[in-house]
Write a protein that binds this ligand. Structure first.
Ligand SMILES: Cc1ncc(COP(=O)(O)O)c(C=O)c1O
Length: 358
């Protein structure tokens, strides 16, 4: 099921008659500092990996991942992106009724709908800058067996503090909390805020390599949970879910890049500085409201003159793809999301915004 996705460079390229690489894709939330050149070099040298089957369950990769995060290897599983696990979760968790903390990424509700499972939303309020209210979440938990939380959230960039999430898990031990940390490595103090080591029996954590290492085309993501829940996901696991090159890449990243924090820290510093610069450049554009974000992207509200579709269409003529957020449940046709790119691109796009709203 593909319903809630947005920015598609292939469609836009077809529509305006150029190639996808001609488009500046500000709808894509991956790390502008990636992919790491040494990784690409390593992949080139290991192309012959495609000639043999990869390890059927990516065991070596999982062991390295677990050892990096100092958890048991029976607490992690690797997949074809975290998407594999989002769509397996209603089956693996035997979800009957789920709660989604929104407005958020559509795949959680799409996964539930795929299996005709009821899902309700608790929406963060615009008046609170979309920061989810933990008391509101508590108020909706009765009868819910599965809760989906994206932390930090796509598309708002808000982060629920770790202490609040631990508290929720401990207070509702019968409810499973799926915390999607795909964008958490972009936030400061990531190692202190991640739930990967929390070890709670009703907690499921997702970690994607697509975003922070900018390898979405390889498809690599991890699920971390209790050995019991891992067993439930294994039941629905397809052989060779992680392809040969994704395994080669994951092993390289764990053995050579994640051995220290350099790349992650550089990423966090770059994102924080570019967000500050962009906010500064757009401050004078009174038609726009920028929402504070902990992630690699920012939600923008267009207060007047244009709606999201019109703005996206004008930007598209400039070969810039924005994420029109009007199909996010809980947002309106006034919202777009912009992902940070190189300093030059960010400055150029901010200038285009200023010209459009001048
Ligand atoms: C919040 C969130 N989770 C998960 C995914 C899926 O990532 P992947 O399957 O590449 O790990 C995305 C992709 O955009 C996302 O935004």
């Amino acid at each position: 099921m593909i319903r809630g996705h947005g920015g598609n460079i292939y469609d836009l390229a077809r529509n305006i008659g150029c190639t996808p690489t001609d488009i500046t894709d500000m709808s894509n939330n991956t790390n502008p500092l990636g992919p790491i050149p040494e990784l690409l070099e390593h992949l080139k040298e290991n192309m012959s990996a495609v000639a043999v089957h990869p390890e059927v369950d990516a065991k070596r990769l999982v062991e390295l991942f677990a050892s990096h995060y100092r958890i048991g290897a029976d607490r992690a599983i690797a997949g074809n992106g975290t998407t594999q696990f989002i769509f397996a979760s209603p089956l693996a968790l035997e979800t009957k009724k789920s709660l989604i903390v929104g407005p958020t990424y559509a795949d959680y509700s799409d996964a539930c709908q795929m299996y005709k499972i009821d899902c309700e939303y608790v929406m963060a309020k615009e008046s609170k800058l979309f920061q989810p209210d933990v008391e509101d979440i508590r108020g909706c938990l009765k009868d819910m067996d599965t809760v989906f939380i994206c932390n930090p959230n796509n598309p708002t960039g808000n982060l629920i503090p770790r202490g609040d999430l631990v508290d929720l898990c401990e207070t509702y031990p019968k409810t499973r909390f799926l915390i999607d940390e795909s964008y958490l490595p972009f936030t400061k103090n990531y190692h202190e805020t991640t739930m990967i080591q929390a070890g709670l029996s009703n907690l499921v954590v997702l970690q994607s390599f697509s975003k922070v290492f900018r390898i979405p085309g390889l498809r690599l993501g991890f699920l971390i949970a209790s050995p019991k829940i891992i067993g439930q996901f294994r039941y629905f696991y397809q052989p060779w879910s992680v392809n040969s090159l994704a395994q080669v890449a994951g092993i390289f990243l764990l053995e050579h890049v994640l051995v220290d924090d350099t790349f992650i820290k550089e990423t966090q510093a770059f994102i924080a500085s570019e967000k500050r610069l962009l906010a500064g450049r757009l401050k004078a554009v009174s038609s726009l409201t920028l929402f504070p974000s902990m992630a690699s992207f920012m939600l923008i509200k267009i207060k007047e003159h244009l709606n999201a579709a019109q703005l996206c269409s004008i930007m598209a003529q400039n070969r810039v793809l924005l994420r029109n957020c009007s199909n996010f449940k809980g947002l309106s046709d006034r919202f777009v999301r912009i992902a940070l790119k190189s300093p030059e691109i960010n400055a150029r796009v901010a200038d285009t915004f200023r010209e459009i709203f001048a």
